[in-house]
Write a protein that binds this ligand. Structure first.
Ligand SMILES: N[C@@H]1[C@@H](O)[C@H](O)[C@@H](COP(=O)(O)O)O[C@@H]1O
Ligand SMILES: [Mg+2]
Length: 454
């Protein structure tokens, strides 16, 4: 059994026994740990089990309560490690455990494997009664993070911003920080509720429908609002422009990457294999090196350190600002969108409309975790003759064909195989998508096409 995926452990009805064992295993590696959790109903249950494991193994624990992931990542710098209890963008019945190093990066696969090996070895040696750990509470973590971010952003303009927090832990920080930098803020879904009653935590077109309509309505009356919407732990964000349109993930990433290069002169950008070719094209005249990694903030932060890059971003809206800290931060990303608008003196829709558009399609096919390996073996084997090219296998299988590409990869956070297509024309894009989905379904032996919007 493999516990860790793209972003730590992520499971439906996560068993507290797993949390206990992970806590115990972690106590064999570090002496003290800071723990935060998102708003999920199972948060305290998982936290209690994790703490029990850590204490039983002899680690000291500091809890910082309900916080966004960037606050936990930032707080980890004062300890040997940090643990965030979150299932990020997954629905409310999920929960997860993500471990952080004290440089703010998430645990690398090799570190996760060490924890897994201890968990499955079952050779737990408890600390004796006089060596068990203790727990303290730090109530100042949110404040320390907010002071730190405020020191590092510089926004003169009084922007109007709708901040949508999906009833998650971003609610405790994001609307306040936008207000503190001088924005007029309307907060939406900003009372915490682990059932995510306002909208589901994945920030996509379907879930942001009401917020987009609201912005459109406000701006009909000359409001000039943009929107910033987070996922369930606010390590991600997506922006909504003044016309009430959710910005395209890849185009926003391209615009922001260009801004960072123009502002800092640093010509390296890190992104992932599922990102659009628009990034390379939009930065072409600036001679920028765009480096692509596997999907996931772990791979992105690792490459940022390797190449000494200032910025790394994924088209899921997970962006890392290496000049500030190495934890993906959707709140800081939102503030930096405002810095970008101020830098260019343009509205968000004006910046977005300058970027070329390709046809980008994303679908996901239901696939239980246990079947993913087999499905991918099938995809790699049969895809080669179907697409008449050998796939790149940095992450999943990417088939580069005339006029576009298709990437088929198992999600590391959800029970899906993702099919991602990009092409210069509609026909090629549709064909690639259909072929990709058919391939996955054949692998699943479903026979019929079954998919949902990503
Ligand atoms: N922090 C990670 C991101 O880095 C990643 O992009 C996303 C999707 O991952 P996957 O496509 O494996 O489900 O999951 C999490 O949010
Ligand atoms: Mg997240």
């Amino acid at each position: 059994m493999k516990l860790f995926g793209t972003s730590g452990i992520r499971m439906k009805n996560l068993d507290p026994e797993i949390a206990y064992k992970v806590g115990f295993a972690l106590s064999k590696k570090v002496n003290n740990v800071v723990i935060g959790r998102d708003t999920r109903t199972t948060g305290k249950l998982i936290e209690s089990a994790l703490i029990a494991g850590l204490l039983n193994g002899g680690s000291e624990v500091v809890t910082i309560g309900m916080v966004p992931t960037p606050v936990l990542g930032f707080s980890a710098r004062e300890y040997d490690a940090g643990v965030m209890i979150t299932a990020s963008h997954n629905p409310p019945e999920y929960n997860g455990i993500k471990i952080f190093n004290n440089d703010g990066t998430a645990y690398r696969p090799s570190q996760e494997e060490e924890i897994e090996n201890i968990v499955f070895s079952n050779g737990f040696k408890r600390a004796s009664w006089d060596c068990v750990g203790d727990v303290w509470e730090d109530k100042r973590a949110l404040k320390k993070y907010m002071d730190f971010i405020l020191k590092n952003v510089n926004i003169e303009t009084k922007f109007n911003v709708v901040v949508d927090c999906c009833n998650a832990s971003g609610s405790l920080v994001s609307p306040y920080l936008f207000t503190d930098v001088g924005c007029h803020v309307i907060s939406v879904n900003a009372h915490v509720d682990g059932r995510f009653i306002g909208r589901m935590p994945e920030p996509n077109e379907k879930n942001l429908k009401n917020t987009m309509a609201m912005i459109k309505g406000l701006n009909n009356k000359d409001g000039n609002y943009i929107g910033i919407a987070h996922d369930g732990d606010a390590d991600r964000m997506i922006a909504i422009d003044e016309k009430g349109r959710m910005t395209d993930f890849d185009k926003l990433l391209a615009a922001f990457s260009r801004y960072i290069v123009e502002k800092t002169g640093k010509k390296i950008i890190i992104t992932t294999v599922d990102a659009s070719m628009v990034i390379d094209e939009y930065l072409e005249d600036l001679n920028v090196k765009v480096i692509r990694t596997k999907v996931g903030d772990v791979a992105v932060s690792e490459a940022m350190q390797k190449y000494n890059a200032l910025f790394g971003g994924e088209p899921s809206g997970t962006w890392i600002h290496g000049d500030i800290h190495l934890t993906p931060d959707g709140i800081l990303s939102g503030l930096r969108i405002l810095e970008m608008m101020e830098f260019y003196g343009k509205k968000l829709y004006e910046i977005m409309d300058e970027i070329p558009s390709y046809i980008n399609l994303r679908e996901k096919v239901s696939c239980e975790d246990e079947k993913k390996k087999k499905v991918m073996e099938y995809v790699i084997e049969k895809g080669e003759s179907l697409f008449k090219t050998t796939p790149e296998t940095v992450d999943g299988a990417r088939f580069n064909v005339e006029g576009g590409w298709v990437l088929i990869r198992p999600s590391g956070t959800e029970p899906y195989v993702r099919v991602r297509v990009e092409a210069k024309d509609n026909k090629t894009a549709k064909e690639l998508l259909e072929k990709g989905i058919k391939l996955v379904n054949e692998g699943l032996k479903l026979g019929s096409v079954q998919y949902e919007y990503w």
